[in-house]
Design a protein around this ligand. Structure first.
Ligand code: ZN
Length: 150
């Protein structure tokens, strides 16, 4: 045990790799991704995006066995991009607001929790952003928090 801890991949490199792969595994499109060194970190300590690729936890362990040429091929033609799963910006359906509280799902319910006439937890879509309003009180109705936006 050397105590050596490999540095984490810089956030800017992760962002670039996610974007170029269409926000999914370059090989299968799975949305949970890890960052793979095509040129292994053990061989050269680098975080060069051109020699790295976004992969999921299923594809990552076996990818090196395919050889570097195949890995670069996968990087050049990511699953999500090839199948036009992703274009321009990450798009999601903003028509419905689904809010999960414990095991309960609230769909298009603007006030999740109300006490007397006071909304305690409320949510809405404004300017294409999901906004959550939380009203918390001390005793005697003294407000301690209001409007935790975004
Ligand atoms: Zn995968």
């Amino acid at each position: 045990m050397s105590g050596y801890k490999r540095p984490t991949t810089p956030a800017s490199v992760e962002r670039q790799l996610r974007q170029e792969a269409g926000f999914g595994c370059a090989k299968c499109g799975h949305p949970y991704i890890e960052y793979h060194h095509i040129i292994p970190f053990a061989e050269e300590q680098h975080f060069r995006p051109k020699d790295m690729v976004a992969l999921c936890g299923n594809c990552h362990p076996a990818i090196s066995k395919l050889g570097r040429d195949k890995q670069y091929e996968i990087k050049q033609a990511p699953f999500n991009i090839e199948r036009e799963m992703f274009q321009g910006a990450l798009v999601y359906d903003k028509r419905h607001l689904l809010f999960r509280v414990g095991g309960n799902l609230y769909e298009n319910v603007p006030t999740i929790l109300r006490f007397l006439d006071i909304p305690i937890i409320a949510c809405a879509i404004k300017d294409n952003q999901a906004k959550i309003t939380l009203n918390l009180f001390f005793r005697e109705r003294k407000k301690i928090a209001l409007g935790l936006g975004q």
